[in-house]
Design a protein around this ligand. Structure first.
Ligand SMILES: [Zn+2]
Length: 85
């Protein structure tokens, strides 16, 4: 059952999975794969963390909660999205 989905497919469709855009069976297969595959569950965790961090920064750049993020990483993320002036 878990073999229906490869790690590569998980990487490819992870965004859709997290945004609930996959159908019932695909979502089910994803859950099973993530449950059984350490690599992919790790990958998803990191992916989620990155998204959460980006969201936090853009919703409230002055938030104290992101004070723990190293400055260079923070700058790198902000530089990607901000138009250079
Ligand atoms: Zn995997």
């Amino acid at each position: 059952m878990a073999g229906n989905l490869t790690c590569r497919q998980v990487e490819e469709f992870l965004m859709d999975y997290l945004e609930n855009r996959l159908g019932f069976w695909m979502t089910l297969q994803f859950s099973i794969h993530l449950f059984m595959c350490t690599n992919c569950s790790k990958y998803m965790q990191e992916y989620k963390n990155t998204i959460a961090l980006e969201k936090k920064i853009f919703e409230n750049p002055e938030d104290e909660a992101i004070g723990n993020v190293p400055d260079d990483i923070l700058q790198a993320i902000l530089n990607v999205k901000k138009p250079s002036s």
